[in-house]
Design a protein around this ligand. Sequence first.
Ligand code: NAG
Length: 495
Amino acid sequence: MRVHSEFFFAIFRFLIPPTLIGLAYLYLYPVLQQCEFPVATSAEAACYKDGTSGVAATVAPFRLLALADPQLEGDTSIPTLSSQAWSQRLAEKGVTAVVKEDVTRVLQRWRKKVDLWGNDLYLAHIYRMVRWWTDPTHTVVLGDLLGSQWIGDEEFSRRSDRFWNTVFSSSTKVPYNITDVYGHVEVLGADKAWRNRIIAIAGNHDVGYAGDVDDHRIKRFEGAFGAADWDIRFRLPSNVSQKPSFANPFAVPDPELHLVILNSMTLDSPILHPSLRERTLQNLEEIMHDHHNFLVPKPKNAATILLTHVPLHKEAGICVDPPYFSYFPDDQGGGIREQNHLSEDTSAFLLNELLPLDGKGSAIVLNGHDHEGCDTFHSRSVLSSGDKLEDWTAARFQSARARVAKESHVGLREVTVRSMMGSFGGNAGLLSVWFDESAGEWKFEYDSCMLGVQHIWWAGHVLALVELGLGAAGMILWLLERKADASAARKTKSA
Ligand SMILES: *[C@@H]1O[C@H](CO)[C@@H](O)[C@H](O)[C@H]1NC(C)=O
């Protein structure tokens, strides 16, 4: 008799170690993997006067959690029941076939719904755990928040509700009174609300490629996720700096970090609605050339962070995605249907804006789109023959790094952040930015943190549920058995 509850308890005990290991990994993975924002180091601190060497490491004041391509799917990927009339199908196929077909469809629908539900929770788990352990000051989602640009408004609002209420719950979009002002300036770290804000970038699956993006889709995106083209300047208060004025135009301004949020879906042509491209370019012109600041050449202590969706152009072989464009046929407008990179011209234009010849300062570009991730360095040099410039060339960051250390300001780093989707390992990018007083310039460092495929999340939680079920079933049986034994004992006694 007792064998029954013992059976449940035996499996329960057997599953304790894998369950505990699974849950411990899931709920401590950033700790176990020692995921951390890179620490801020200072060049000067590397060698002290007394001859000892060491690096003064501090927490960077700007820590950007960068997530890419969550691509929330929805009803378009749920198989629907046949719309044919039942009677007709019965007549055509017979009862067994129809029942079999419908049962399969219903099961498929449920499976897909459970998949979507689990996927939302998996992404939410990444956001919650990485945020809890690494303490970012800002968060960006680098485009393709949703899985398709062709969904109707109703499905769009369902998915954006899931985005805000399940995946990134407790977070909000950046308010319009910040994004609507060119060059809005804040003291870095002054407004703690940034910790709960998500900077959302428009991707091709959110608004469409140039060949089919329209005003309605951009408005719909901006309504749900905030402005698509905007900028903000974070200043670091410093005692040595003085505001430049007419009396003292050479005073040192505060170190400034310029965040540029760019909708790269309307940058290239041919585009279905050229007015959208003009608007983006005009916005960019306003953003990049702070007309109110008469200290026009970019000072050395300024830095720009460009956040956008589509990576800059680079030769095949550097990243997984090679350069690629396809176009709609002429009778459908002939615009861009798909692109892996921005065009060579647009990329060079952006790089020139980020590192102008007459300016100093540093810059970094973060984007998504290719899912695999990539880390590159764009550089060019002035030819000795005169003021002619070489074209920009890109190389893998690791191989360019040695050169970067020797010649500063020859270029900039572009990090294509790996997707946070389960099939790409649930990646989260960690960008640290700090001002190196001794070098007089901003420094960037990037690292990443991966949970692993979504099956790990499922396995851990399913095991935990199974254990709960086994434990409960075993306890109930055990109580029933005890009662049965007691009454059996009473019976033998009275007999
Ligand atoms: C934006 O509006 C909110 C709420 O009205 C207000 O608290 C905040 O100070 C405003 N921010 C700016 C930068 O104007």
